[in-house]
Structure formats: C-alpha cells, structure tokens
Design a protein around this ligand. Structure first.
Ligand code: ARG
Length: 614
C-alpha cells in the first residue's frame, strides 16, 4: 500500500476518539458512573504536551474522573490506559503510554512509522493533510459592516480583518460559508450629509472628488449638530454655521426621518450618494483583498420592518410602552428592547431581527457569526434572546466580539488633532514604512528590482497591519504600533512572510521540481529528533484550524504558524538539506516543501499575502 491510499490522519482527533471509547469501557466496567455526554466531554481533554520528553499528547481526564469514583488519580489513569491500549487501531498509531505522570497525566507518543506515513500523505495532498470537517454547516459571517458616508477608521479594520480570516478558514475546513457585509447605509449619518448638502455644499469640490466632499460635509455637520463649545471653538467654519442655524441638530434628525418616510428629494440624493460611498469603501476592500458574497445593507431590510413589529406584537412578544413598542425581556420593570420609537422610527434592533429572519428564509444557516465590537454585546444578547422567543431556535447566533484599538498612550487610537485615524491613510503609512525597509536593500546583492520591492512593501505593509490585529487575542484591546508590527523578528507578518520566502529559496537554489518531488513522495524517513519534531508540528496544522473554529480566535493560527517557523528554523540550522546524503535529502526536501506550503496556506487563510523573495 502506498501513502496515496491513506486518508489524512489527524492524530489528536484520533486519540480523542480512542479516549472516548476507553472511557465508555470504563463506564461499562462499572469503574465510573457519569452520563455519556460528560464522559464524551472528558475524552476531549487531550492537549499537546509542553515538552517532547512527555510524549506528543497528554490526556488529563483522570483527575476529574478520580474524585467522584473515590480513587487516586494515578490509579484512575492506570485504569484508563489499560482500556485505551485495547481500543482497536490504537497500537497502529500510538506507542503504549508509560506510567501516568504527576497527578495522573497520560502521556502518549505517536509511533514514528505512523508519523512518517501521515507526513507522506500530507505532502501528496492538496489539502496538506487537513481532513475536511465531518459535518459541514452553512455559516453566515456578518462582518466589516461599516456605517457608510462616515470615513472608515481604524476600528473598522478589526471586524474586516477578523471576519475575513474566519470566513476563509471555515471555508477551507469544508463549511458552506456565506459572507455578508451588513452596511450601515440608512442611519443618521445620512441626515447630516443631506442637511450639509442643502446648506453648505461645495459643487466644485463634489465634482472633483465626491468622496472627499461628502466626508467634509459629514465631519462639518456633525460638529454643527452636536454644538459642543470646545469643538466649535477649534473650527471657525463649523462655528459660523452653528451660529447661523441654531436648530441644526433637530433639522438633521428631520432630514433622516424624511429619507425614511420616502421623501422623493432625499431619496434621490441618497441614491446619488450611495455609489460614492460604496466606491470609497470598495477601494479599501480591494487593497485589503477582502470581498463579500453579499452586501445587503440596512436599507435592504426596510420593507420588512413594519411586518416584524406587527408580528412580534401579534404574538404577544412586544407591546406598547409610552408610545413606543418594545420587547420586555426581563420583566415589566426593566427597560425593554425598543423596536419602534414613539415617532414611528424603527431601530437598529428591528433591522437586525428582520435580517435574521430573511437570512433564515433564504440561506438556511446553521450558524450566524456577527463579528462586531464588544461594546455591542448587550445589543446582540437582546436581539438573540428576542429571536429565540420568536421561535428562531435551530440556528446558532454568535457575537464574535473584539476589543478596541488603542494608541501608544493606551487611549482609543486618534491622530494628534484628536480625529480618529482614517483607514486609508493608515494603510498608506504601513506600506510607506515597509517600503522604506524594503528599499534599503541592494539589487546587486539580493536581486530584487524596484518593482519587486514595491510588491514586497505592499504585501508587508498591509500584511503587518492585518497580522498585528489577528495575532492578538480578539477580546482584548490592543495597542496599534507601526514600530512593533513592522519588526522583522518576533511574531510579525514580516517575519512569517520572510520565513515562507526562505523556504521557497531552497527550491530555487537547488533547482528542484517540487511537483515531481511531491509526486514521488511515497515514504519519508524522519529518524532525527529535529525531523520528527517538524513532521509532528506540520501535522498539527489541522488541529490549529480546529481550535480557531472552536472559539473563533485567529490568534491560535498565528501562534501555530510562529511555532512552525521556529521549529523549521531549528531543523534547517542543524541539518543539511540540499547537501544531505541521498538517503536523507528527499525526506528533508519533503519536510521543507510541506513547511512552505503550510506557512503560505496559513497566511492565505489569514488573508495575508506572501512573496517568493524578499
Ligand atoms: N453598522 C454597525 C456599526 O458600525 C455594525 C453592524 C454589525 N452587524 C449587524 N448585523 N448588526 O456599528
């Protein structure tokens, strides 16, 4: 039998299955008495070990099982081991565990032959040995979703970058993913632009650069409408307007209301502004290499809102309260979730409820992920709870929340002038700074032309911004620092891109036909500990992807790739590859080939570009 006849082996998943069978046997033998669901959950307690001397994986469930059974953890571990080794197929993949370690850890080592065979399969596999999920689901990812007509700022990058990475990754895992950019294209920001258009537009400026003019109107009118003395003091144009139109705030709201009521003039202006707004954000998406299957903004759901409110009222889930209509989620005394204001206007929550219903009817998702700022946590809790009471139960609704982007001073990221930093300017700066680094090279030495350098700068600059975001635990705030994210060492995009390019370099240098190398890869020999460690790390790619999905944390993948690059470095520094003996050379080249592909695939799933040379 050759490697090609095997399907890929995911060792951790196989071990968890075997532990599960062992625990079932333990229950059948009367040693533990726990409901099957709890046993199954305990069988999942298999992690990678911290040090190779403890084996490759460690089962830690003996501790939790010992106490209720009135046994010592080590005895419980011994009882589990006895049954684990008897599970059919165990001996093919794993060494018999030694005595339990510490408070009952069961340490398991993958058999070298099994590892070598799995590696050969992965090298030949277009999916790099990553098995697709057993039960593919339809998953809607709602992300980016900026409020258009306001300039996009650094805060929007998190939703866009995290959402895009999750969508790519879930798709690669084998799920049916539908991405939807739920644009805020119907909100009060249009009231400001409409008012600004009518009172202080600059036609020439609009003709020359419509986006810039709408942006100017938005910023100006916001100050006029808010009428904060300190803001007006710093902006004479805004102050003059505010003096002339003391009721601007109220008038702005009236413009929004007219738009929503279908006023022909405002509607026509909105239709004129929308393409301008879309062009602005599309330019950013192009630069970020982000695209969506659908862009159904809030405006799309307007026709359904009245029906949603009527239905919730008819079912007794919502009722009137001081003229408004709300869903009373936590009793009559707590404030309700408002779905219609006293003046008849619908709210953000109403649109979200209509959107859930529409997506269910049209896409039948198993899960919907909302990649949105953590400050909207309460909104989603209330919307999800209302949806459940409305009878929407089969779909899993998840708020994938993230923290705030901070400046060096630990406060929300702002420019010196106090404005939030525009996203486009930020991307430019990232690329410029990367260019300064890339351009310092010498063509005679590294053979990179000016065009190559530009390409490197774009990939590194944009990649740095994305990677810095993705490598943070998403729920914490993070400090935005160009100096840190553009470093060439440490867990940064540049380092990872360089690591990937370095692997490519070997094949160019050795003039090696990689396709032929893969095709011929039937057996791999990995006798050296460095080879073995790298092989094992490569085969953990699927585990990293599985763990990202478990709680939607792309930083699990960046951490994995960083470890892999480190593992590869040690291997490459200690062992010859191109100059290795014939017996070792092909196996080592196969390890290099798979390392390069896993690094590239991993970065691709994060939405980060790579270059062949840098
Ligand atoms: N437009 C909203 C904002 O910028 C985010 C929308 C998120 N998605 C949703 N279905 N509510 O705050």
């Amino acid at each position: 039998m050759t490697a090609a006849d095997h399907s890929p082996t995911a060792f951790r998943a196989a071990l968890r299955r075997m532990f599960s069978l062992a625990l079932e046997q333990l229950a059948a033998d009367g040693i533990v008495t726990l409901p099957p669901a709890e046993l199954a959950a305990l069988a999942e307690q298999v992690r990678e070990t911290s040090e190779a001397k403890f084996g490759d994986y460690s089962g830690t469930m003996a501790m939790a099982l010992a106490k209720p059974a009135g046994r010592k953890p080590r005895d419980m571990a011994a009882a589990i081991i006895e049954r684990l080794v008897a599970v059919p197929g165990y001996a093919e993949l794993f060494e018999p565990p030694g005595d339990p370690v510490g408070p009952g850890f069961i340490n398991v080592r993958v058999r070298d032959e099994a590892l070598a065979a799995a590696l050969a399969v992965a090298v030949r596999d277009v999916r790099l040995g990553v098995p697709p999920v057993a039960r593919p689901e339809t998953i809607v990812v709602d992300y980016s979703s900026p409020n258009v007509a306001k300039p996009m700022h650094v805060g929007h990058i998190r939703s866009t970058v995290i959402g895009d990475a999750l969508a790519r990754l879930l798709r690669f895992r084998g799920h049916h993913v539908i991405t939807d950019n739920h644009l805020g294209d119907w909100g009060t920001q249009f009231g400001m632009i409409l008012w600004g258009w009518k009172h202080c537009r600059d036609d020439e400026a609009f003709a020359a650069d419509p986006t810039a003019e709408l942006g100017r109107l938005y910023r100006l009118v916001r100050k006029v409408a808010d009428a904060k003395p300190e803001e007006l003091a710093a902006d004479p144009a805004a102050a003059a307007l505010a003096a002339r139109y003391p009721h601007a705030g109220r008038e702005v709201l009236a413009e929004t209301a007219k738009l929503h009521e279908g006023d022909p003039e405002n509607r026509a202006l909105w239709e004129r502004f929308m393409p301008v707004c879309r062009a602005e954000i599309d330019r950013i998406y192009t630069r970020l290499h982000v695209s969506f299957d659908h862009t159904l903004g809030e405006s799309f759901f307007q026709p359904f809102l009245a029906g949603v409110v009527d239905d919730l009222v008819a079912r007794g889930l919502a009722r009137e309260s001081r003229g408004a209509i709300g869903v009373f989620l936590s009793g009559d005394d707590a404030p309700p979730l408002l779905i219609r204001k006293a003046d008849g206007a619908f709210l953000y929550a109403t649109t979200d409820l209509a959107t859930i219903k529409w997506r269910l009817e049209h896409w039948r998702p198993d899960r919907v992920l909302y990649v949105v700022d953590h400050r909207q946590g309460q909104h989603f809790e209330q919307v999800f709870e209302t949806a459940r009471r409305w009878g929407i139960e089969a779909v899993q609704l998840v708020h994938v929340a993230f923290g705030t982007v901070l400046g060096d001073d630990g406060r929300p990221f702002k420019t010196r002038a106090g404005d939030t930093v525009g996203l486009e300017a930020l991307l430019d700066e990232g690329v410029e700074r990367a260019a300064a680094i890339a351009e310092s090279g010498d063509e005679a030495r590294d053979g990179l032309t000016a065009t190559d350098r530009r390409r490197v700068a774009e990939a590194v600059g944009i990649g740095a911004i994305k990677y810095a975001d993705l490598s943070q635990n998403r729920t914490t705030d993070y400090i935005f620092s160009f100096d840190k994210m553009l470093q060439l060492t440490g867990n940064t995009a540049a380092y990872m891109q360089y690591a990937a390019a370095r692997v490519e370099g070997i094949f160019a240098k050795g003039g090696i036909d990689r396709a032929a190398l893969r095709e011929a890869c039937r057996e791999v020999h990995i006798p050296h500990p460095r080879e073995r460690a790298l092989a094992l790390e490569l085969l953990r790619f699927s585990e990293a992807l599985e763990d990202v999905e478990a709680d939607y944390r792309p930083n699990v993948l960046t951490a994995y790739l960083y470890d892999l690059a480190g593992c590869y470095s040690t291997f490459y520094d200690e062992l010859p590859v191109l100059k290795a003996d014939a017996a070792d050379r092909d196996s080592r080249l196969a390890l290099c080939d798979l390392t390069g592909r896993v690094l590239r695939k991993g970065l691709e799933l994060l939405g980060i570009g790579t270059v062949d040379r840098m």
